[in-house]
Ligand binder design. Structure first.
Ligand SMILES: Cc1cc2nc3c(=O)[nH]c(=O)nc-3n(C[C@H](O)[C@H](O)[C@H](O)COP(=O)(O)OP(=O)(O)OC[C@H]3O[C@@H](n4cnc5c(N)ncnc54)[C@H](O)[C@@H]3O)c2cc1C
Length: 422
């Protein structure tokens, strides 16, 4: 539902600025990179998005839409949940891309609930966990009936998250008591479940880290942060004051939490690439449609080289970024996720590339949206096109999942290791 505060866009242009046309141009550019199963999966996703689009009320929070996603198994698609197929990292990237094109704020919240909070439940069972309480949490998150979030970052521990200050102790019964604070918890104020990390010993975080699934009723308090760029997503300051977690909700104990933290980062970053790719294509395509129709000085503005060449450059970058994301996901699926035996070289490559890709794509979201706004002109900073919402969300894409410099920090560590080769 498009509710403009004041409509100034020409009706004949507005009619063409449709999600259907965005998908048509996306398909023209991306379908040749996909096989028939993937194209069929995208067609289903597009049908779903086109049906949901008119029901989205941009004056409401995104969370009312979660059950709609859940009904179709679209809260995540990395892992098999119920019989929702196909699945895997490439399907997740395509899901995230489409969700961003539909509604970038919904995509941000979906990623936090379905992937950042949901994925640890799948890792739990993969590593032999068997508590039915976690199965119930998983089902509630995947159905979209409940909202999840992840608590890693703290007020004093941002990029240096491993050295966290949230501590825990174990009771005689085996329950764990958390004390500490988390910040920037995406979905936190609305969350039913908090996948949250703490350490027994702040001097030995790697060896003592715990990962638990905390339910709000266990005593978590949240205060919403004012983050104006994504007003339909709630982001929290999360307080853990003697929160007692029954042992059934411990996902990984005694340092295993550290292993799981890192196990989650690669799929998380690849997934964020998918969200970013969607923002890039949506921003660019709305710009292409608009500048093909908007006339100044007697001709369509895309015919002015200053506009057309700029969009052409952005298209080249979007194609390159999409190709990188799809290729990284393909290797992850073939050689890590679905492999009988994990290929260690591929696993290492994907870990590195997930940082490179997250860095490149999230930075590109900003460039694309900013440049498109300059090429399309005034209309694109109003609410008459979706471009400004994409622009605002792009800012968050770059900091969530590890800020830009931290991706570069990880990448340059790899460069330094090459010294041993010569
Ligand atoms: C909207 C939003 C949503 C988020 N959602 C979540 C969430 O759901 N759950 C969660 O746990 N976290 C979340 N985060 C946290 C996010 O991952 C952190 O913001 C990020 O890890 C960086 O931490 P910081 O913001 O405290 O920056 P700091 O770590 O304080 O860094 C400040 C600046 O210094 C740079 N810097 C730091 N260390 C280095 C270094 N070694 N080399 C070079 N530069 C460096 C950083 O890149 C940054 O530019 C979210 C953040 C935001 C803003």
């Amino acid at each position: 539902m498009r509710n403009f505060q004041e409509k100034i866009i020409d009706d004949s242009i507005l009619e063409k600025m449709s999600l259907e046309n965005v998908f048509n141009i996306f398909n023209d550019n991306v379908f040749p990179m996909l096989d028939e199963e993937e194209r069929e999966y995208c067609r289903d996703l597009q049908e779903f998005c086109l049906n949901l689009d008119p029901k989205i009320d941009k004056s409401k929070d995104v969370y009312v839409l979660f059950p709609e996603l859940g009904k179709h198994g679209y809260m995540q698609r990395i892992n098999l949940w119920k019989d929702f197929k196909p699945y895997g990292m490439k399907k997740e990237i395509l899901l995230a891309t489409h969700m961003s094109m539909l509604d970038p704020q919904l995509e941000l919240a979906r990623l936090a609930s379905g992937i950042l909070c949901g994925n640890p439940t799948f890792h739990y069972f993969k590593h032999g966990g068997s508590n039915e309480e976690i199965r119930k949490v998983q089902d509630e998150l995947m159905s979209g009936e409940k909202v999840g979030c992840i608590g890693i970052t703290e007020p004093s521990q941002g990029s240096d998250a491993v050295n966290m200050k949230t501590t825990c102790t174990k009771s005689e019964e085996g329950d764990i008591i958390y004390n500490g604070e988390k910040v920037y918890t995406t979905n936190g104020p609305k969350a039913d479940y908090f996948c949250t990390y703490a350490v027994y010993d702040t001097e030995k975080p790697r060896k003592t880290m715990v990962q638990s699934m905390i339910s709000r009723e266990m005593g978590v308090k949240t205060n919403r942060l004012n983050i104006s760029s994504v007003p339909r997503v709630h982001i929290a300051h999360t307080i853990l004051d003697n929160v007692r977690i029954p042992k059934e909700y411990i996902l990984a104990d005694n340092g295993e939490g550290y292993v799981r933290l890192f196990e989650g980062l690669v799929p998380e970053r690849l997934g964020i690439m998918g969200s970013g790719i969607g923002i890039c294509w949506a921003g660019l395509i709305y710009g292409i449609i608009y500048t093909n129709l908007r006339k100044q000085f007697g001709q369509e503005v895309i015919k002015f080289e200053g506009v057309g060449f700029g969009l052409a450059e952005l298209l080249s970058k979007c194609t390159a970024a999409t190709s990188l994301a799809l290729q990284a996901a393909t290797i992850y699926d073939e050689k890590v996720l679905f492999a009988d035996e994990v290929n260690k070289d591929a696993e290492k490559w994907v870990a590195g590339v997930s940082s490179q890709g997250k860095y490149y794509v999230s930075k590109l979201t900003h460039e694309v949206c900013y440049e498109v706004q300059q090429h399309a002109g005034g209309i694109s900073v109003t609410d008459n096109t979706p471009i400004d919402e994409l622009m605002d969300t792009s800012k968050i894409e770059e900091v969530i999942g590890g800020a830009r410099n931290i991706q570069l920090f990880i990448i340059q560590n790899q460069l330094r290791r090459y010294k041993s080769l010569f």
